[in-house]
Ligand binder design. Sequence first.
Ligand SMILES: [Fe+2]
Ligand SMILES: [Fe+2]
Length: 333
Amino acid sequence: MPKDIMRIAAVGDLHCTKSAQGAYQPLFANIGEQADVLCLCGDLTDYGTPEEAQILVKELLPAVKIPIVAVLGNHDFETGQQDEVIKILRGAGIHVLDGESVEIDGVGFAGTKGYIGGFGRHTLGAWGENGIKNIVREAQDEVLKLESALARLRTDHRVVLLHYAPIAATVVGEPESIFPFLGTSRLEEPLLRHPLTVVFHGHAHRGSLEGKTISNIPVYNVAMPLLRRERPEMPPYRVVELAMSASALNQANEPIAGAPNTAPNHDGQLTGFQPTGASSTGIQPTASAADSGTAPSPAAANTAATGSNGNRTGPTNSGAQRLEPRSAIIPSN
Ligand SMILES: [Fe+2]
Ligand SMILES: [Fe+2]
């Protein structure tokens, strides 16, 4: 029986270590009562070792009985064993997205890790040394992956998972000097070309909870350290509720629902561009009673309430002006 609401929980930066047995099961013990899908936004492991990935799987699977969609983060690449990490996660039934998309009960999920490069007019350009050009090329590759993943979705709701931030607003709180290492505006470009419902990312552990794209799509930084610090009374994940339209419910009845989109990564065949953001519908206020049964925080109450006409109301990015000192100079997010 299709539901008229889909509840999506999202969290990033679990940083599972080899000694993390028993650490995560309690955190996710009740997630099935609060969400229908869990999104993991990178830095799933601390050093990207197969051992850590195995421990994460053993921690998550007994507790999390709902579908899991994930992207990797920079920490998952640290030891160069990311392919093995992906294999372990996919072997456990987790939809790991690296420029791919998946439909679950009529909702589309597109994901890729993203990359660095800075924001707005401070975005790094491909000029000068090859090293600089390589950084920009890596970011552009991630943009193409995201573009490709989004172009393949035909669902009413499209949910984007990233590790790196696509906008500056959700990294505010980190030292300004490391903003270029926390994400890039280049990742926002595909978000403006496709109708979207919501974007999740992690990586900026001391960033801000909420922001919006230029086209007014809500962007949530769901880095677990940030969520735990800013909302200590709530579970360490954010829950967003999507109101399912009639067409979305019909899609949920189709046999392809839940089947992974096996489109090849980053094939450069970009099709199906849609008008910007206008048709996204029905995102409900986030982090409400669905999170913990407690009254929503003022920040939560301000997030991205949307009517059926797609017009979002209410201010976002309530923490956008907060700047906190941080001792580390090298970004370790
Ligand atoms: Fe990270
Ligand atoms: Fe992290």
